[in-house]
Ligand binder design. Sequence first.
Ligand code: NAD
Length: 463
Amino acid sequence: MGSVPEEMALGFGDLVGDLREVYESGRTRDLEWRQSQLRGLVRLLEEKEEDIFDVLREDLGKHRGESFRDEVGVLKKSIVDKLQNFKNWAAPEKAHTPLVAFPATAFVVPEPLGVVLIFSCWNLPIGLVLEPLSGALAAGNAVVVKPSELAPSTSAFLAANLPKYLDPKAVKVVEGGADVGERLMEHRWDKVLFTGSSRVGRMIMTKAAKHLTPVALELGSKCPCIVDWLDSNRDSQVAVNRIIGAKWSTCSGQACIAIDYVLVEEEYAPILIEMLKTTLKKFFTKPEYMSRILNEKHLKRLSDLLADRRVAASVVHGGHFNPKTLTIEPTLLLNPPLDSDIMTEEIFGPLLPIITVKKIEDSITFLKSKPKPLAIYAFTRNEKLKNRIIEETSSGSVTFNDAIVQYGLDSIPFGGVGHSGFGQYHGKYSFEMFSHKKAVLKRSFLIEFMFRYPPWDETKIGM
Ligand code: NAD
């Protein structure tokens, strides 16, 4: 893989032209080539594991335990799964042919799209590059990846190390920020996968329209978590553990599918808050067990969410910010006003509003009044409630009795709906994201029905 320094990124015409030439040569379509690229990615994860832990610590203060769980471990499993299955996914699939077409055979033939571009975000800066990249390579494309400039150590790591493990002629890393991204979008791509904010997502889509480039947008949202009354202490404790895992131990809540807020019945709220406080103390015995906030700008954005006096008054735990270490204490808020920024904007940080409802079923009405999120979570044993959530609400995914773990499953698609984006990937869906399903029909010269041609008469219409 070739790395392109920012100063050389002024014009990308040559880069795109070279990649198109490589793609047209058929090199990336070859199944052995695809396999060697996937193997290269697995080797990278194995041989450079410690370096990956180092850069994630530098960029985000991520603990190696978290980095292994959310980046290296998840990725390795996913890429090995692609290695084992991509030849089957790439094989033509026989389709049904109706009698009227007899004799004929029909197939769906997955073909690569061509030269594709992947923009990634800073919060999972390895996974959000390598998961889509592995899908694009398994599908036989030439690829440009643009890591986030806000995770500079990881971006530099990818630019320096990927060339050693992948085909530098067919895959390029372009480092840089918004200006580089804009210049990349001047060109025609066969697909753009963008992970990031809705604001930039809109710009990407507008620019892509000029070339009729298809896009997939992986955006953010406010992911709600319904917590129903749980009868046993054990169930409640499991729920609390998992809520904490999905909020504070996943990049300090800086994750698109982190729990944004909790919905709970009034009477259960004090119990839940007490259990959260106790378990937070138990889990975070050392400061380094929580990632830090990306930078001062994001720390300020988060502290501004608490600047509203009504919101500050709702803090029931934590609330302490440390600008020197860029850390924020795990913070619980009880019923901040629903019109405040903390309840209208994506939080993307370690602040957790708890909103009470009279009856847990009211949470469904609440969710239906909001834009469709990337994920909905619910902790409950109530099957009726589960079915109502599945049938009456819309979201990228629904997970019951856990949170975030759906990200690690290769068997289900990952992506948003409505305001949280569109286009799905992970596992086979990453392959499909970068493939075109070509319809192929093979007819025979054998039988010829003349009723399909003029001259028309009433007997033909009745056929
Ligand atoms: P962003 O939108 O500012 O940047 C994302 C990428 O776009 C980066 O690579 C950046 O360099 C590039 N970029 C920025 N401006 C550009 C422009 N004008 N033209 C072209 N490229 C440009 O990212 P952010 O705001 O820091 O990201 C946070 C958001 O991303 C949150 O809303 C979060 O929920 C979302 N997110 C979504 C997912 C998902 O999988 N759905 C994953 C992670 C983050």
